[in-house]
Design a protein around this ligand. Structure first.
Ligand code: ACM
Length: 526
């Protein structure tokens, strides 16, 4: 047979090459609107295509966005096996990933915009905090395998379109009680990572309680050497040295999460009262306490040494806490008379202010002389929250019966308590901070916080079980306000399971989210 002329063969070869080249590079169609992002962004416009991250993808930054670029590379490199590195550039970038600081007042302190097409993924914000939030969106838009610590096969494709995301409430937090049971620095960092994933911005650490004092105060060393030496059930307890606390603060700050340290007083103070006899009215040190009762301890509010002590504690704590707040507790002081309680809170508030911070207190502190700088955390009493608002203070919404992460899901839950309520996943989601306490409206609400008390929770597996899958819902309440719907949210939450599993998180597989026995059927059908 006669061979085809050379020009024809060349043409055929060329066409084959072109087909290969284009079929490999052809972006996969993807629907940005179908991505199960939590919290749901403010606005999404899908364009039906995708952006692929490859080993050759450029990651372009400016001086201002370099740290965010490092953070993004640190998120992408382990699972992809790529070695993406931020590259400084002033040039106009039309391919790759570009992180920019822009001026757009609508985006505020934490908002961001993502513009994704087949060639360019551009993340823009007014602040580094906004970029860090946007990086979590990029993470959530990638397949769950991106959570792997070791290399897995891609492709690493992100649906194209535009996302604008501006959180509704300024404060979106969670609390971890490290006093009833102590948790290590690495546990706290893991907890911070979970908050960061859902774009929360505050970690309230409940550092002291009857059962333990967990933060080193150099001028009162027995607080930790003695007061930190046990925990609920009599275990060995523990505490954070000041260097360890600063490391927690640094780690959180890298993720634009502020640490709010709480020193609970005048009640919930048995660990301090056991460490220093002079803090007791009768001058005798108390025994250490490893039970779970509340409301039996109080500082001696009439003694001057009490205020010298508090001034030392708040001074040392303020010096290592860059955030604007010190939480002074103030809850359940059942053995402090109101006549003693109010002047005590007033005086402590003055100490906090003198050290350059604003005071947060549980809702009972509303009975004291508050002002516009003070913040009251509603856990129990809408009346106290209204009282706080009437004094010009702002409110953080943490109603126990909706937002406490230590409340059991139902009567079969192995850990947690149920004195406020059983909180199934939908109960935790289906409430509106703006409607919870009549008279406490949007303007007075700083935000939402979900506290995890640790009377019954002793390790990270148990923490995870109590917070997942409720934590994402609290984040969405804080980000989206009342623009939410359980039925729609449920479909996104249901798809979080693969990611939770990729992250090796122990979670409660609620029938309200995943149905009664779909998992069993899947297994049976294999
Ligand atoms: C609290 O639950 N005692 C604030």
């Amino acid at each position: 047979m006669k061979a085809a002329p050379f020009s024809l063969r060349l043409l055929t070869l060329l066409s084959i090459c072109l087909v290969i080249l284009f079929s490999c590079d052809k972006p996969t169609p993807k629907d940005l609107n179908a991505e199960p992002l939590i919290p749901k962004p403010t606005a999404v416009i899908a364009t039906g295509s995708s952006f692929g991250i490859k080993s050759s993808t450029g990651l372009y930054v400016s001086n201002e966005t370099r740290a965010a670029g490092e953070f993004l590379a640190g998120m992408l490199n382990p699972a992809t096996g790529f070695n993406l590195k931020p590259e400084l550039t002033d040039a106009k970038v039309s391919r790759g990933i570009l992180l920019s600081i822009i001026s757009d007042s609508e985006l505020g302190d934490e908002g961001y915009e993502l513009n994704i097409d087949e060639k360019l993924l551009e993340l823009s914000a007014q602040t580094e905090a906004g970029l860090i939030r946007g990086i979590q969106t990029i993470r959530q838009l990638l397949p769950p395998e991106i959570e792997s610590d070791t290399q897995v096969e891609g492709p690493w494709e992100i649906a194209s379109g535009t996302i604008t995301d501006i959180p509704e409430f300024a404060y979106r937090g969670a609390m971890l009680d490290v006093a009833r049971h102590f948790f290590s620095v690495s546990d706290v960092k893991q907890f911070i990572d979970y908050l960061a994933f859902f774009k929360m911005n505050a970690l309230h650490l409940h550092l002291t309680d009857d059962q333990g004092w967990r933060i080193e105060i150099k001028s009162w060393p027995k607080l930790t050497t003695h007061g930190g030496s046990t925990q609920v059930g009599g275990g060995e307890g523990g505490f954070y040295t000041q260097e360890e606390y600063k490391e927690i603060v640094r780690y959180a700050a890298e993720r634009h999460i502020m640490i709010i340290p709480e020193i609970d007083m005048p009640g919930h103070t048995n660990a301090a009262l056991a460490s220093y006899a002079e803090l007791n009215c009768e001058g005798n040190a108390r025994e250490l306490y490893t039970g779970t009762k509340v409301g039996f301890s109080t500082f001696c509010t009439h003694k001057e040494i009490t205020y010298t002590f508090i001034d030392d504690v708040i001074r040392e704590l303020s010096a290592m806490t860059p955030g604007p707040y010190i939480h002074i507790g103030g809850d359940e002081s059942h053995v402090t008379s109101l006549e003693d309680y109010i002047p005590f809170v007033n005086r402590v508030k003055g100490i906090v202010t003198a050290h350059g911070k604003s005071m947060i207190g549980w809702d009972e502190v509303a009975q004291a002389d508050l002002d516009e700088q003070s913040v009251v955390q509603l856990w129990n009493s809408p009346d106290f929250a209204r009282m706080a608002v009437s004094k010009g203070s702002k409110v953080i919404m943490s109603p126990a019966k909706r937002a406490y992460l230590d409340m059991q899901y139902d009567s079969t839950t192995q850990w947690g308590l149920h004195w406020a309520a059983y909180i199934e996943v939908d109960d935790g989601y289906n409430w509106d901070p703006e409607l919870f306490a009549k008279g406490v409206d949007k303007e007075s609400i700083l935000g939402v916080e979900s506290p995890l008390w640790s009377e019954t929770v002793t390790n990270m597996d148990e923490i995870e079980y109590m917070i997942f899958p409720r934590l994402p819902g609290y984040s969405e309440i804080g980000c989206s306000g009342n623009d939410r719907n359980w039925e729609e949210y449920k479909t996104r939450l249901a798809r979080l399971d693969a990611r939770l599993e990729a992250m090796e998180i122990n979670y409660y597989r609620s029938a309200r989210v995943w149905g009664e026995d779909t998992r069993m059927q899947l297994v049976d059908n294999k």
